[in-house]
Design a protein around this ligand. Structure first.
Ligand SMILES: Cc1ncc(COP(=O)(O)O)c(C=O)c1O
Length: 360
């Protein structure tokens, strides 16, 4: 039997059917319908946020956030999923990379600040909470005030993560979530933007509906990025079980960490944050050791993936940057091990055994 890298949550079919029957009775399939309203409210309560706007995926969430906040020139991380940066390029934003911190693998605030001082035309920082591990949000808050730049967090991996008991999504001018099927919480495809300011939320709500306001006026050129009622039905069904899902994933993550401590490098977690078990990244001592491990895992029917490699400065070469020592080093040696809600502790033990034997 294969141990998959990831396995989407199957929504409970009988509950999902009840929601679908409601959609058919309502005869309301999209355009901010009743299930959309319910999911918005329930997510705001569960996550502890306000101004949450559901959208059709995490990539459009990023694009709409950049557009709403008027981003024209951004400093971002090269160590992230491609969408963080491709969406900036798609929006015509000038992109510069800053290096990551060598322990957390998130954008390094000190290096980011230096870049901003040297390039005062930059108007935004776009930082990813990589693997669900919060960035140094306090440092970015200070930089945002001092350098007068907006901060947008790609929080695609950070569903249910809190810092000091407060949702990490409450930091920055906006945070985005992805509800892609492989995420901790999903709607098959989907996403959300959480804005700090109500006025930004209201503008974005018009933007994702062709720029049309609630009274039917076209206020500006928009796009179509609405989440439909079928997708909301999936989300509402899964949300009923989300506490157990996050708890189980976090427990599996901790089991991995306890077993692998001292054998491999792992990201240094934000000391005041919980972990949602979104990913299980390890850093091997060399590229060869990593490549060998991939083969050994394959022989044992265990999937793995080098998230996030290649680093994006090798993909989008038009972006400006200085030397990105940490990003290059980490991206070459990183490997994500299987982690999903259907795994058991004995699956973890099997994977750990192969890792330990392979790296000697
Ligand atoms: C860090 C990050 N940002 C953005 C996205 C894009 O989200 P979506 O697939 O919902 O468009 C993903 C998705 O995997 C991601 O991991």
């Amino acid at each position: 039997m294969t141990i998959n890298l990831n396995q989407p949550i199957n929504p409970n079919l009988s509950k999902l059917t009840d929601y679908l029957v409601q959609v058919h009775k309502n005869g309301w399939y999209t355009n901010f319908g009743p299930l959309h309203q319910q999911l918005t409210k329930r997510l705001e309560i569960y996550l502890g946020v306000e101004n949450l706007l559901l959208v059709s995926n995490g990539t459009l969430a990023l694009q709409v956030a950049y557009k709403t906040l008027g981003v024209t020139s951004a400093l971002t991380t090269p160590f992230t999923f491609v969408a963080t940066v491709s969406s900036l390029i798609w929006q015509g934003v000038e992109v510069s990379y800053g290096d990551i911190d060598k322990y957390s693998y998130n954008l390094c605030p000190k290096k980011a600040e230096k870049e901003l001082v040297l390039n005062p035309s930059m108007d935004a920082i776009v930082a990813t909470h990589v693997y669900g591990n919060p960035c140094d949000i306090e440092a970015f808050e200070k930089i945002s005030k001092q350098q007068k730049v907006k901060v947008i967090y790609d929080a695609a991996h950070t569903f249910g993560v809190k810092v000091d008991g407060k949702s990490v999504l409450n930091f920055g001018d906006a945070s985005i979530l992805s509800f892609h099927a492989t995420k901790v919480f999903h709607t098959a495809e989907g996403g959300a933007i959480i804005f700090k300011h109500k006025s930004d939320f209201e503008r974005a709500k018009r933007l994702i509906n062709f720029g049309i306001s609630s009274d039917g006026e076209i206020t500006e050129a928009g796009i179509n990025a609405k989440l439909n009622e079928y997708q909301c039905a999936v989300g509402l069904t899964i949300l009923d079980d989300i506490e157990g899902i996050v708890e189980h994933r976090a427990q599996l993550f901790n089991a991995y960490r306890d077993s692998l401590q001292g054998f491999v490098e792992m990201p240094l977690w934000h000391e005041k944050a919980n972990c949602n078990g979104a990913y299980m990244p390890i850093i091997l001592n060399s590229v060869d050791i990593k490549n060998n491990l991939v083969l050994d895992l394959e022989k044992n029917n265990i999937q793995s993936r080098s998230y996030f490699s290649p680093p994006l400065e090798r993909v989008f070469r038009e972006a400006k940057h200085k030397e990105l020592i940490n990003s290059t080093a980490i991206a070459g040696r990183v490997l994500c091990l299987p982690l999903h809600a259907y795994m058991t502790n004995s699956d973890i033990n099997l994977v750990v055994d192969v890792v330990k034997k392979s790296i000697g």
